[in-house]
Design a protein around this ligand. Structure first.
Ligand code: PLP
Length: 409
């Protein structure tokens, strides 16, 4: 029989959202009349905006003509989209990122999952806890996580984030090579001020570490003191890779488009001491294993940068931002400890009366028909918390919060 990758045998349980889906499916089968409202997985509910639809239609028709047909596109993405991103997301904010440093893909999940391939098998990785599960699981699959003691991996440097430290990550006390930061944070919904983020960039420069900065929720930032890109911090383009996605900004969770910025000035070293830039490694990796995001989808993403689309998107974002506020206020009024919900679509809540995360998940499902995400699914430090997402419709969010108000705790 074929020998398998033993690293996969090390993965704990199933992927968090598959586990939730199974439990919810069972509950629905046992309770067919229940009106279950999902505030669990961070999937959006609002349809694509008109500007995106007309760009998709136009590009589709173009593909049906002899002159407009496109086959394989450039692996790094079409220039029209990379230039629109470089101008709107960087140059217009006075950030010096060139179109050539941008790699288009069909989602940030694959980019944040795949990027670790560029690092040595023994590279020491710092990851906050709780965290988007893809960062840890992709280390395990690559055999980089070390040994598991039943709750933690010994080659991962965990950065605890909890009520005790106000969800502000502390710099590592022992050397690390790579640091994953995600802000606005999934799952806690917390953000890092410019001064806090600067500490990390300074640390990475001093220790020659690399920061993988996941900014999937950047569009939710309204506070001007919160950086929307890590490149707002001086020196970051020497040490940081930035991941951005159109999923939560423009409802592209089904359409699929994202981008990764790999500045040409970020370097690592091979075991023989040779210095190498990550930009050319990522380009080599992508051109070997990836054939590009569809042309029509890249045209749809390009359309997001038109003035009309910017207004359309802002209207959608304001629905989710209002939902987040309603959830946050409901939790606070109920006397629960809660963070996030501001500059973020996620609300992170401490369970009352020492309920475990899964225990409270089941209680909520049974008593209110709300699906949340158990915090422990994001890491050990998430035990005793749950996460609500603001991506349901306003109607469902209001309905769910009305039931929550009546919940006897
Ligand atoms: N990064 C974070 C922190 C996320 O929460 C998600 C999706 O939920 C992603 C990346 C993946 O986004 P995409 O839909 O672009 O794959």
């Amino acid at each position: 029989m074929a020998k398998l990758n033993d690293n996969y045998a090390q993965l704990q349980g199933m992927y968090l959202f598959s586990e939730i889906a199974q439990r919810v499916a069972k509950y629905k089968a046992d309770n067919p009349s229940a009106n279950v409202i999902s505030m669990g997985i961070g999937d959006v509910s609002q349809p694509l905006v008109p500007s995106v639809i007309s760009a998709l239609q136009k590009a589709t028709l173009e593909m049906g003509t002899k002159e407009g047909f496109r086959g394989y596109g450039p692996e790094q993405g079409y220039d029209f989209l990379r230039e629109a991103i470089a101008k709107n997301d960087y140059a217009d904010r006075n950030l010096a990122i060139s179109a050539d440093e941008i790699f288009i893909s069909d989602g940030s999940k694959c980019d944040v999952g795949n990027f670790q391939e560029l690092f040595h098998a023994d590279a020491r990785i710092a990851i906050s806890d709780p965290v988007y599960p893809v960062y840890v699981d992709s280390q395990i699959m690559a055999g980089r996580s070390g040994n598991f003691d039943g709750s933690l991996w010994d080659n991962i440097y965990y950065i605890p984030c909890s009520i005790e430290n106000n969800f502000i990550p502390e710099l590592p006390k022992t050397p690390v090579d790579v640091i994953y930061l995600c802000y606005p944070n999934n799952p806690t919904g917390t953000v890092l001020s410019r001064a806090e983020l600067k500490k990390w960039v300074d640390y990475a420069k001093k220790e020659q570490a690399i920061i993988l900065f996941d900014a999937a929720y950047e569009a939710y930032i309204t506070d001007s003191d919160i950086p929307r890109s890590i490149y707002e911090i001086e020196g970051a383009s020497d040490v940081a890779i930035e991941f951005k996605s159109f999923s939560k900004t423009a409802g592209f969770t089904g359409l699929r488009c994202a981008y990764t910025v790999v500045p040409k000035n970020v370097f690592g070293t091979y075991s023989n001491g040779e210095k190498k830039d990550l930009h050319s490694l990522w380009k080599r990796r992508q051109s070997t294993k990836y054939n590009g995001c569809p042309y029509i989808v890249q045209r749809a993403a390009e359309a997001l940068y038109t003035p009309e689309a910017k207004v359309e998107i802002e209207n959608i974002l304001s629905i989710y931002k209002n939902n987040a506020r309603v959830i946050f206020d409901t939790m606070q009024a109920k006397g629960l400890q809660v963070v996030g919900g501001e500059n973020s679509p996620y609300v992170w809540v401490k369970t009352p009366a020492n309920y475990g995360s899964w225990e409270f998940f089941s209680l909520l499902l049974e008593k209110t028909n709300i699906v949340c995400t158990p915090g422990v699914g994001f890491g050990l430090m998430g035990e005793g918390y749950i996460r609500f997402s603001a991506f349901a419709s306003t109607e469902n969010t209001l309905k769910a919060m009305e039931s929550f108000k009546n919940l006897i705790l």
